[in-house]
Structures are given as C-alpha cells and as structure tokens.
Write a protein that binds this ligand. Structure first.
Ligand code: TYD
Ligand code: MG
Length: 466
C-alpha cells in the first residue's frame, strides 16, 4: 500500500521538497517552506485510479480562420490600455498590489463600467462583507449599476453559481488567497489551495468564455504572495503600484499573452475613487522644484506613451567609511554604472560623497534612456549648479562614456514641446530632429554633458583646486 506522503512546499515559489528545510533552494527565500498534504498530486496521478487510456485528437495547422481576439473594452481607458485594449473573453488576469493600494476600488469600478454598458459583471469578495462593498460602491456612486455581488470563498459554489443564467462577461475574485476548494486539504492561502482554486477558476473562464480577474496579495518585497505559481497559469499579470505619500497609482502589465507588457495606466486616488489621468506628464511635473540644483527632467516612454518625469539627485560629502548610494524608482545597478562612468571618463570623483537619487511622483523607471537625465542631475547637484528649467534629457550611457541613441526620440520630443519645454539634451545621433520652439543640444559623450553643466572644466577639477 502506498504510504500517505505529505510534502513540504515553498509558500513563495511552490517548489516541493521531501523534508523540511530552512531555505528554499529554488527561490532562495528563508522560512517559506511548510508542510502540505500532497492531495492534488494523488488525485491526478495517485494509486487506486487505473491509468486512463488517452484518446487521439485532431491536430491543426498554424494558418487558420482565427481573427484578432475580440475584446470587451471596459470604458476605463487607462485600464483597457494596460490590458492590451480590453478584456479578452475566456482570459484570466491576475492583479497584484500592496494592501490598501486600491485594487478592490479599481475592480469594482471596472465591474461597474462593464455593467453600465449592459454586460453581466459579477464581483465576488472573500475579504469583505457585502455591506462593506456596498458602502464603498456608495462612496463611488456605483450603487445604481447592476453589478452582481456576493461574499463567498468556496470555489465549487462560485463556479456552480456562475454557471447559471447568462454567461458573465467579467468575474472579479477578490482575492485568490481567500478562496478554497474541496479538492485539496490544505488551508486557504497555502500554495496548494491557491493553485488548485486558480486552476478551477481558469477552467471555468476558458469553458464559459468569461473574463476572470483574480486579485493577488503582494508580500513586502513586492512579489505576489504565494501564487508565483499562479503567475504562470494566468494570461496576464498586472501590478498596481504607488508610493505611500502620493495619490498617483500606476497599473503596469508584467505579463500579457494578449498585448504588450510595457504599457502603464495612471490613476489618481480621489475621494470619489480612482480617476483616470489622461496626461500623466503634466501631473508628474506639477510639483517641480524650479531652480534647485540636482533636478533634471527625463523624457521617458512607457509603452507607446511618452512620459516626462523629474529625476532628483543629492550628492553630499559623506561621513561614513563607505558612502551611501540610495535609489528610489530606478535601478541601483544603473546608478552604479553611471557613477563609474562619470568617475572613469569625466574625472568626476564621487568616492567621498553620499549619493541619493529619486524619481519624483513615485514612478518606477526601467528604461536605460534615463541614464543621461540621472547623470545630469548628479553633476548638477555636485557642482551646485541648477540645470535650465526648460530642458529635458534622454539618452543611454555606454561604459565607454558615449551617449547612445534611444528609441522613440520623436515622440519624446513632441511631448516635451507640448508641455512647453524649449530645449532637449539628446544623444548626438538625434541631431536634426528639432521641432518648432524646441532646440536640441546634442551630446556625444558624458564628458560633453559635464562640460555643458560646468562650462570650461569638469566639476572635480574645480573641487580639487579649491
Ligand atoms: P482598497 O481598494 O480597499 O485597496 P486594496 O483592495 O488594494 O487593499 O483601497 C483602500 C484605500 O483607498 C483606502 O486606504 C482608502 C482609499 N480610498 C480613497 O481614497 N477614496 C475612495 O473613494 C476609496 C473607495 C478608497
Ligand atoms: Mg481589497
């Protein structure tokens, strides 16, 4: 007789082990492994069930009649943009984000928007009571919309309910960690339960052709808790982000089988819920500290949309043995690289200085094109020389110190012109892309940039003499 085997599963990544250990070899996390019954595995492949003889199915060619997946636009332009143009019937989305960031608010608004357009939209909450959701809906002015609501956590019951009547266009499950199924024995929130519940809901979505949105919690280091495994199962993973003190919220596609992954949607949290921000550049630049050294405007791109943000740097003499390098909103290893290039090729010595770099407004920048703006902000702070307030920057810095061209230069310049900027510091290769009222200042290397900010001599030589 087969022995009942329990297994030890990492709650972070889902890796399974025969015995407990302190550190997960797969993801490197500590204290994430806990015991779960191996019920799912047994159910699908266990003893007692004779192996099923497979039956053949037809194989099809790549060329077919399929058209572009039909999409249901929710009417919320920022959400639709991130989802790749709307919800695809039969698809499953995972929306992750910190507690309190506004996931429930966003999704009840999306459900409301679809219901207003005459679609059947169902909102299932496992976290709050019906009364709590109603209170929120009242605050958002959605109570008159025919969204169907329930507080339920049993996946079997949910699937049975949803299978009755008209097929829902949208089902929101808030959240996947609170759901449980009879199929497995572990408690809700464990990897096994989350995985099995998600599997059932995904099967329902594909079978019925409903779009399902799962809400997933995020751990303190920004990963969607537990169900890393769920990320592989769903069609799209959207992450909802924002900084504590700011009202901006950014919805970002991390994975999308039906659309691009570099689009972002920008929202503002107001008293009446999340409102769409159609012109984010104006918002991100609205609190600029004009005339202060150490700030540079970066003309960035998020997907197909240009986005202007301010990069702020503070370079101050250190009192520590190892100077501090702290970054908010940008990649620390890119900062390290820009500092190394400034030091090696431009003679800007920063070894004795603490360096802080911050992207204003709580935005997180991933583009290498921000190198030039970061370097400009750093040199400006070190030299205590403000940069011209009407200038934007973009360009990638290579290890040789050269400033390399980046994609979408015309779109970046157009956005800068639209927002009233008069000049753009750009890679040499972008020369000739002037627009009315926007002059270009091409720089071939970081040395050129340093010379522009501190005319005549690079910053460090002046320091050395004084
Ligand atoms: P919520 O959607 O409950 O967050 P999540 O589901 O991600 O945990 O959002 C809760 C926060 O949003 C709460 O701190 C209050 C704020 N909020 C507003 O500022 N305005 C509103 O209209 C609503 C509904 C919430
Ligand atoms: Mg919530």
């Amino acid at each position: 007789m087969a022995k009942k085997t329990d297994e030890f599963v990492c709650q972070n990544c889902g890796a399974a082990y025969k015995r407990w250990q302190g550190k997960c070899d797969a993801c490197g996390e500590w204290n994430t492994i806990s015991e779960e019954s191996a019920a799912t595995e047994r159910m699908f492949s266990g003893p007692g069930r004779p192996p099923r003889k497979g039956k053949p199915f037809p194989l099809a060619p790549l060329a077919g009649e399929q058209k572009e997946a039909p999409r249901i636009a929710s009417g919320n332009a920022e959400f639709d943009r991130v989802a790749g143009g709307g919800l695809v019937p039969g698809s499953v989305l995972l929306v992750g984000g910190d507690p309190g960031i506004g996931k429930s608010t966003l999704l009840i608004q999306i459900a409301g928007a679809l219901a207003a357009a005459g679609h059947r939209a169902v909102y299932i909450t496992g976290e709050e009571s019906v009364a709590q959701v109603r209170l929120r809906a009242e605050r958002l002015g959605l109570t008159r919309l025919p969204v169907e609501l329930a507080a339920e956590t049993s996946v079997e019951d949910i699937v049975a309910t949803l299978s009755q009547g008209r097929v829902p266009r949208l089902v929101v499950i808030d959240s996947i960690q609170t759901m449980w199924t009879d199929m497995v024995e572990s408690s809700p929130g464990t990897v096994t339960q989350v995985r099995a519940s998600a599997q059932l809901l995904i099967r329902f979505a594909k079978r019925a052709g409903a779009a399902v949105i799962l809400v997933g919690h995020v751990t303190k280091d920004g990963q969607i808790a537990g169900p890393r495994v769920v990320e592989h199962m769903v069609d799209a993973v959207l992450s909802f982000e924002g900084e504590g003190g700011h009202h901006f919220r950014i919805l970002r596609a991390v994975k999308n089988r039906f659309g691009p992954t570099d689009e972002i949607g920008v929202f503002e949290m107001t008293g009446g819920g999340l409102s769409e921000v159609a012109n984010p550049s104006a918002l991100f630049l609205s609190e600029r500290d004009l005339g202060a050294p150490g700030t540079a405007v970066f003309a960035g791109m998020e997907g197909t949309r240009p986005l202007l943000v301010e990069m702020q740097a503070l370079v101050a003499p250190t009192s520590l043995g190892t100077p501090r390098r702290a970054v908010v909103g940008w990649d620390p290893s890119r900062l390290a690289m820009v500092l190394a290039v400034l030091e090696a090729h431009c003679g800007v010595k920063l070894g004795g200085y603490d360096v802080y770099l911050n992207v204003a407004g709580g935005l997180r920048i991933q583009e290498p094109a921000a190198d030039l703006a970061a370097a400009a902000a750093l040199v400006s702070s070190l030299a205590k020389t403000p940069l011209p307030a009407d200038a934007v920057h973009f360009g990638e810095v290579s290890l040789s110190g050269a400033v390399r061209p980046v994609s979408h230069a015309p779109a970046r310049l157009k956005e800068a012109q639209k927002l009233g900027f008069a000049r753009a510091v750009v890679p040499d290769a972008t020369r000739g892309a002037e627009r009315d009222g926007l002059a270009l200042a091409p720089v071939a290397s970081l040395t050129d940039l340093v010379a522009r900010i501190v005319p005549g001599r690079p910053a460090q030589r002046r320091e050395a003499r004084s």
